[in-house]
Each structure stands twice: as structure tokens, then as C-alpha cells.
Design a protein around this ligand. Structure first.
Ligand SMILES: [Ca+2]
Length: 347
């Protein structure tokens, strides 16, 4: 029997191997639980893999089956999708090749904005869900867009609002209305918040959730070192196109920055009718921040330090790890008993 041929020197590596496998499985489970943050009871997430953007980004031949990109965009397969470098007059974009058709959805992405241009830098980057895609003057993408643009704006063209920047704001375009760059799009803002997302030494993330059923758009941001999401805004009566291309774009002018997209995870949100209250507790609970929309121009409120961080994910990890370790030890003990038995018979 193969198990009885196991040598003593192989026992410890086997044990470590099993522990590693267990840890990997648990980490994936944690990721799924974390993605559920902020869902209502009875809702669950369905991964939409064609709209994931993750390392190494490119399939083969330095191309992507699901994404197209252009302008100044450069992909570093082990790092990020860099929409612009920290140079003047850059403009880059990346869009899904096929339209996104989910009725209710949640997109979560990690980004990084940085540069050496203190105290002046810019201009920022945009997230898109638009019926028609293309390059143009609005953070590197087309103007008069039909759909949703969320602008992570780091340069206040309207100097009177400089103290509120960097600023995250959403605009729902009707295909005719232009983005007013000189006023940072203020007239067409459906929601926004001040957010100090630039130049962080830790991951910064955004979560965009849209319900066509409720015509509700929610944007949460995780820019603090604790990694917890806080609500930037929630907007009602938001009607987006039935289908849209997902994308990102960025541009620089006289001022500049690196604008990087590190990862994107896309999920459809479906109502199962079954509360999720029995799911394992999440590792990173939703930030204890606001439940009501923040007023425009308000500074993003800081969630109180979470002294009651959920340890549920940790308990699952401990229980499964103990089961695996216990099984491995039992197997090894059995092996040595068998080996001793054989030795006794031989001598
Ligand atoms: Ca601006």
C-alpha cells in the first residue's frame, strides 16, 4: 500500500503541505464572505468571471480575451494596469470587450493613485458603465456618454472647491449632456464625497453597487489603513442603460500622477429569498460609517475604530486547520504503528 511506503522524512513535509492546502481554501472562503459585505438579507453574489480584472491581466500574446485597452495604458502583469504615468498630457483607458448585462450588480476594484507632484497633481481617473465606449476628453474617455461615470478627481478645476479635493463624484449621462470639466462636473453630480484616496501606502478600494430593481446606486470606499468600507454616497432614482461596458480611464494635463487599477471583481446580485444570517461571519465587516447618504461636499466621515472586529473567519480557520492537522497526525501515527509492526515481524 502506498501509504505504508511513506518514509519518516516525508512525514513533516506532508503535514505542512496539508496545512497549506487548508489555508488556501479558507482564504478563498474569506474572500467570498468579504465580497458579501453590505448586502441585504436574502441577497447573494454570483461571480461574473468575464468581468474580472486581475493579475496577470493578459492571456497570451500580450492580449486579453475580455479587455481592450489603449492610449497611454500600460499593463505590468505582476503589478497593475497603469492608465497614465506620472507625466504630463497622458490619457489611457481599458474597457470590457463585451457589454455587461446583469440587472443588479456589485463591482469592487482596487486602485492606486500616486506621484511625485506635491502639492499639485492630477487629474484623476474614472470608472465607467456606459452604453458606448471610447477615448475622449473626460478623464481620457468619451464625452456625452450614456451611462454612469464615477470620477476620482484629484485636481479641483474649480478653485473655490479646492478644500474638498480629492473628490469622488458620480454623473449619470444621457448621451447628450457634456461633462463640465471647468466646474468638475458639479452641476450633474448625483452623489459624491471628499476622500483622501491618493498616495496611500496600503491598498485603496471602491465598491459600486447598482440595483436596477430599486434604481439605487451606492458607492463605498476603503481608503483607510483598516481596509474597511465606508459609504461615500447612496443615490436613488438612478436609471442606467440596460447593458453597458465596464471600464476605467485616466488623464493628466499640466499636472500628473500615476493612475493604476490593480484588480476588479464583478458580481451579479440576486435575491435568493433566504437570509444570509447563518453565513460565517465576515472577516472585514462593513465599516460602521454612515447609513444615510452624505451631503454633497461633505467630508467623508471616518468610521469609529472597530473594537468588535468579527473573529468568525478566524474561528473557521482554526477549526478547519485543526481538523486537517488532526487528520494528518492520525495518518502519520497510523503509518508509524504499521511500520513498527512490520519491523517487529521482521526481527
Ligand atoms: Ca477636476
Amino acid at each position: 500500500m502506498a501509504w505504508t511506503r511513506l518514509k519518516r522524512s516525508n512525514a513533516i513535509p506532508l503535514l505542512l503541505f496539508l496545512i497549506v492546502i487548508a489555508h488556501g481554501g479558507i482564504s478563498r472562503a474569506d474572500g467570498e464572505n468579504q465580497a458579501k459585505n453590505g448586502l441585504n438579507p436574502g441577497q447573494t453574489l454570483i461571480p461574473l468571471r468575464a468581468f474580472f480584472l486581475q493579475k496577470p491581466y493578459l492571456d497570451t500574446q500580450f492580449a486579453s480575451q475580455w479587455w481592450e485597452f489603449g492610449g497611454s495604458t500600460v499593463i505590468e502583469i505582476n503589478k497593475h494596469v497603469r492608465l497614465t504615468q506620472d507625466l504630463q498630457s497622458q490619457a489611457g483607458w481599458i474597457f470590457s470587450r463585451v457589454p455587461f448585462t446583469s440587472t443588479n450588480w456589485q463591482l469592487e476594484f482596487e486602485f492606486h493613485v500616486s506621484g511625485k507632484g506635491l502639492p499639485v497633481f492630477g487629474d484623476g481617473f474614472a470608472f465607467w458603465f456606459v452604453a458606448e465606449k471610447g477615448a475622449g476628453p473626460v478623464f481620457g474617455a468619451r464625452d456625452n456618454f450614456n451611462g454612469l461615470g464615477i470620477f476620482f478627481d484629484t485636481y479641483a478645476n474649480d478653485e473655490s472647491r479646492r478644500s474638498y479635493f480629492p473628490y469622488v463624484m458620480a454623473m449619470v449621462g444621457d448621451g447628450k449632456t457634456s461633462y463640465d470639466k471647468d466646474m468638475d462636473g458639479k452641476a450633474n453630480e448625483v452623489g459624491g464625497c471628499t476622500s483622501d484616496f491618493r498616495g496611500k501606502g496600503h491598498p485603496t478600494r471602491a465598491r459600486v453597487r447598482y440595483s436596477r430593481d430599486d434604481q439605487e446606486l451606492t458607492v463605498d470606499l476603503a481608503v483607510n489603513p483598516n481596509g474597511e468600507f465606508e459609504q461615500c454616497f447612496k443615490a436613488n432614482e438612478v436609471l442606467l442603460p440596460m447593458v453597458g461596458y465596464i471600464g476605467f480611464s485616466a488623464h493628466t494635463g499640466e499636472v500628473s500622477d500615476n493612475h493604476d487599477i490593480v484588480a476588479l471583481a464583478s458580481h451579479g446580485v440576486v435575491n435568493t429569498g433566504k437570509p444570509l444570517s447563518r453565513d460565517p461571519p465576515i472577516v472585514r465587516p462593513t465599516g460602521g460609517g454612515t447609513t444615510a447618504p452624505l451631503a454633497r461636499n461633505n467630508k467623508l466621515k471616518t468610521a469609529p475604530p472597530s473594537g468588535a472586529k468579527s473573529s468568525g473567519g478566524g474561528w473557521w480557520r482554526v477549526i478547519v486547520a485543526l481538523l486537517v492537522i488532526g487528520g494528518a497526525i492520525a495518518g502519520i501515527v497510523s503509518y508509524f504503528r504499521l511500520a513498527r509492526g512490520k519491523s517487529a515481524k521482521r526481527f
